[in-house]
Design a binder for this molecule. Structure first.
Ligand code: COS
Length: 386
């Protein structure tokens, strides 16, 4: 067994770590207050190639592999979560439908723009009646002459308001639904009948926006079915394969944020004096620090292993990806709770970053598949294995 991180990935992690320390962390509170990432920072992200981590090199991406991507997310998640979310959809759910199932023409046409960050992409599956039950989407697509006509409303769409391209899932056969009746469409900003609805108000994740997307007799060219004509009806599988990878990177974000919370807690516990000595000298605080470190260690090991496995086996890590998301996001939420506890009253104040991490991490147990869905996926895979 070789547990070492390859040299090229280590160098990349160093670059991202420097970027986080020098450029992102100093403005993390400003971004929180203004609910907006400054354009010059986004430009540096483009120059570093961060929008194309998961896009093949032949289309201008860095193609760092799943492990490489997870390592970058781990570093980026040590600061305000919105920075990771900004590049997240181009590397994940916004582009991977095209990377996995797109036609050569679709790859040629869209991936270079997504890899460079010139275009932003989003993933429009969720609807008011279709959250965990993704197959219950109500958006329809009907073929009319030389185009498809889409009607429906999506919500909770990350980066939807700033996207140039959306992968929109719609029902093309009401009887078949998930089993051959859902199709994925590439919908460009400005398409007739396509618009952004309400920007949603959230508990956290400031600086990263989610919104409604509305299709009102939205016309899409026939060639914009992901994977082309042969993939009409196969969109649900495209969505599931895309989400598998997202579940690993979500685990990486959770590990990175948990690590940062441990570092903040260690620092605070050694500075904060109560009853005449630093609180780090009390066993009850030490127990929490030890539990945090142990759980982070466990999460990181399973994350790296599952990422490595995906790099060896391609996309077939359904069970492991769900396990990583379930464990790592739960772990990070427990770590965040302990971090607030160690910081005491200060942990509840907006002046300290632990309060922000506590809110932002709560979402990781919900989006890209809830804890309950991960358990369902894991159990199904176990039963299939027999
Ligand atoms: N990879 C490839 N194919 C997959 C797959 C995967 N990970 N998961 C399911 N499929 C296939 C199935 O094999 C089945 O294909 P066949 O018709 O050939 O048998 C088809 O997709 C339908 O799958 P299934 O019957 O399992 O569909 P269900 O409606 O029971 O739903 C769950 C499956 C619950 C797993 C799915 O709805 C889900 O993941 N929900 C959560 C959605 C989510 O994460 N939303 C977050 C917001 S989007 S960011």
């Amino acid at each position: 067994m070789d547990f070492s991180i390859p040299e090229d990935l280590r160098a990349m992690v160093e670059t991202v770590r420097r970027f986080v320390k020098q450029d992102l962390e100093p403005i993390s509170q400003q971004v929180e207050d203004e609910d907006h990432i400054p354009e010059d920072v986004v430009q540096t992200m483009r120059e570093l190639g961060l929008f194309g981590l998961a896009i093949p090199a032949e289309f201008g991406g860095l193609e760092v592999g799943t492990l490489g991507e997870c390592l970058v997310y781990e570093e980026l998640s040590k600061t305000n979560a919105c920075f990771r979310t900004r590049i997240g959809t181009n590397n994940g759910i916004g582009s991977q439908g095209i990377v996995i199932d797109g036609t050569p023409e679709q790859k040629e046409s869209y991936l270079p723009k997504l890899a460079s960050g010139e275009w932003i992409a989003c993933f429009a599956l969720t609807e008011p009646e279709a959250g965990s039950d993704a197959a219950n989407i109500q958006t329809t697509a009907v073929r009319q002459g030389d185009h498809w006509v889409l009607n429906g409303r999506k919500h909770f769409i990350t980066n939807g308001n700033i996207s140039d391209l959306a992968t929109v899932f719609a029902v093309t056969d009401k009887q078949k639904r998930a089993k051959g009746g859902i199709t994925a469409f590439l919908v460009e900003k400005g398409s007739p009948g396509f618009s952004v609805g309400t920007i949603e108000r959230k508990m956290g994740m400031r600086g990263s926006h989610t919104c409604e997307l509305i299709m009102d007799d939205c016309q899409i060219p026939l060639e914009n079915v992901v994977g082309g004509e042969a993939m009409v009806g196969q969109g649900f599988k495209t969505a599931m394969k895309t989400l598998d990878k997202g579940r690993l990177t979500m685990g990486a974000s959770a590990v990175g944020s948990a690590q940062k919370l441990l570092e903040l807690s260690l620092e605070y516990a050694q500075q904060r004096v109560q009853f005449g000595k630093p609180i780090a000298e009390f066993q009850s605080i030490q127990n929490m620090l030890a539990d945090m470190a142990t759980q982070i260690y466990a999460g990181r090991q399973m994350l790296y292993h599952a990422a490595w496995l995906r790099d060896q086996k391609g996309t077939a890590v359904v069970k492991e990806a769900a396990m990583v998301k379930l464990f790592c996001t739960g772990m990070a939420n427990r770590v965040a709770d302990m971090a607030v506890q160690i910081h005491g009253g200060m942990g509840y104040m907006k002046d300290f970053p632990v309060e922000r991490f506590y809110r932002d991490l709560r979402l990781t147990r919900i989006y890209e598949g809830t804890d309950e869905i991960q358990r369902l996926v894991i159990a199904r895979e176990l039963l299939k294995e027999g």
